[in-house]
Write a protein that binds this ligand. Structure first.
Ligand SMILES: Nc1ncnc2c1ncn2[C@@H]1O[C@H](COP(=O)(O)OP(=O)(O)OP(=O)(O)O)[C@@H](O)[C@H]1O
Ligand SMILES: C[C@H](N)[C@@H](CCCCCC(=O)O)NC(=O)O
Ligand SMILES: [Mg+2]
Length: 266
């Protein structure tokens, strides 16, 4: 770790300052990260990514959170608010600035580039990538959340998978505990191994998106089925409403530096 000021880990019991002082800025290539993808939109990425960010923060690290673009944002006065960005930012302890968590926000609940077009704008491909540097410069760890699934479009010819490949952080696949999850998870893992073949897959996290009263008979057995069929490990099963992971997982150990040395800056 090449921190210019100190290599000592901050005391997790003390409130970290909202903004890391300039002296704590580090080389972006030292930042370790995870890229949280889902089997689909609404799979539970934000819920799980927030728990991961909070867990790494509780280990005592400075955590950044990044969502390259969000759609389906709500209007608050004249600005568009991404609920995902807010949740991630809160979980990470409100580091840096909220607008840097998700610099490109659009209203329509569509693929971000189509949502941008609805507003007569263009999704800025460069900013999707450079926005990450804000976090890699000031954080020991960064948790990135995609939009939709791995093959959800991020432009006319671009996909979430392109960002996963370019950022170079290990993948966490979030899978919703409902009937259909086996097929969706295996398809996502296949797509990742084909489109992002150099990127390690840390594992799968199953999450109870529905409360117990929405029981479907696949729910009790989905974890075992996934464990049987997936090559990467099923790292966790997050129960509905859980505030933390049931098992004490050190998420910092699953995160890694970008395989490219540094995440892209252009
Ligand atoms: N373990 C859980 N307990 C309670 N609610 C959950 C859990 N996991 C997911 N959810 C809920 O399921 C819904 C979908 O989850 P979430 O918003 O995290 O999905 P997403 O994959 O981030 O979606 P998007 O593609 O819009 O980013 C949300 O209402 C979320 O609160
Ligand atoms: C509107 C959704 N919630 C999501 C975008 C999902 C795009 C899915 C496109 C597709 O795969 O068909 N936006 C977001 O994560 O910010
Ligand atoms: Mg989300």
């Amino acid at each position: 770790m090449r921190l210019s000021a100190t290599s000592k880990r901050p005391d997790p019991r003390k409130n970290a300052p909202a903004e890391a002082p300039a002296a704590l800025q580090q080389s972006p290539e030292d930042c370790r990260g995870l890229f949280v993808i889902g089997t689909d939109t609404g799979a539970g990425k934000t819920y799980v990514a927030a728990l991961i960010a909070a867990s790494i923060r509780a280990e005592g690290y400075r955590v950044g959170v990044y969502k390259p673009a969000a759609s389906g944002c709500n209007k608050s006065g004249r600005t568009l608010v991404s609920e995902d960005a807010q949740r991630l930012w809160n979980a990470a302890g409100k580091p840096g600035s909220l607008s840097a968590v998700c610099p490109q926000r659009f209203a329509a609940p569509l693929s971000p580039h189509l949502a941008a077009l609805e507003e007569h704008k263009e999704l800025d491909q460069k900013k999707l990538r450079t926005g990450l540097t804000y976090w890699t410069r000031r954080s020991e760890f960064v948790v990135v959340e995609g939009a939709g699934g791995l093959l959800s479009p991020m432009g006319p010819t671009q996909y979430v998978a392109d960002l996963v490949r370019e950022f170079g952080f290990p993948i966490v696949v979030v899978a919703p505990n409902r009937v259909g999850v086996i097929n969706q998870t295996l398809q996502t893992l296949l797509a990742a191994s084909s489109l992002c073949d150099k990127i390690p897959i840390a594992g799968v996290v199953l999450t109870d998106v529905f409360p117990p009263e929405h029981f479907d008979p696949s729910m009790p057995g989905n974890r075992a089925e996934l464990e049987l069929r997936c090559v990467p490990p099923v790292l966790a099963h997050v129960e509905h409403g859980a505030k933390r992971f049931a098992r004490d997982l050190r998420w910092s150990n699953f995160a890694a530096r970008s395989i490219h040395g540094a995440a892209p800056t252009h």
